[in-house]
Write a protein of this length. Structure first.
Length: 113
């Protein structure tokens, strides 16, 4: 069955960096478009970044220039490098394929001094 396991979140001060990882299984990862989403308290889940099977990327305006999505098809893993973090980046971060399958538990990112 499909499984998505996110990790790498934490509590960091503004301006710091984090690298999130998502291990995927249960589908053909190498051919899937993958995305990172986030959901802040009281807000809807939003798509932050996507990466195609060939490595083409796209970003939400709010993270463009600060976040970088990448993938390792040999490890069935997608990453999100987050730099120059801001308090408004605080959220639970999830990965999923597009179109979506079942969601993982997410990883909490808190940006606070």
């Amino acid at each position: 069955q499909v499984q998505l396991v996110e990790s790498g979140g934490g509590l960091v001060p503004p301006g710091d960096s984090l690298r999130l990882s998502c291990a995927a299984s249960g589908f053909t990862f190498s051919s899937a478009v993958m995305g990172w989403y986030r959901q802040a308290p009281g807000k809807q889940r939003e798509l932050v970044a996507t990466i195609t099977s060939r490595g083409s990327t796209n970003y939400a305006d709010s993270v463009k220039g600060r976040f970088a999505i990448s993938r390792d098809n040999g490890e069935n893993t997608v990453y999100l490098q987050m730099n120059r973090l801001k308090s408004e980046d605080t959220a639970v971060y999830y990965c999923n394929k597009l179109p979506n399958v079942s969601w993982g538990q997410g990883t909490q990112v808190t940006v606070s001094s």
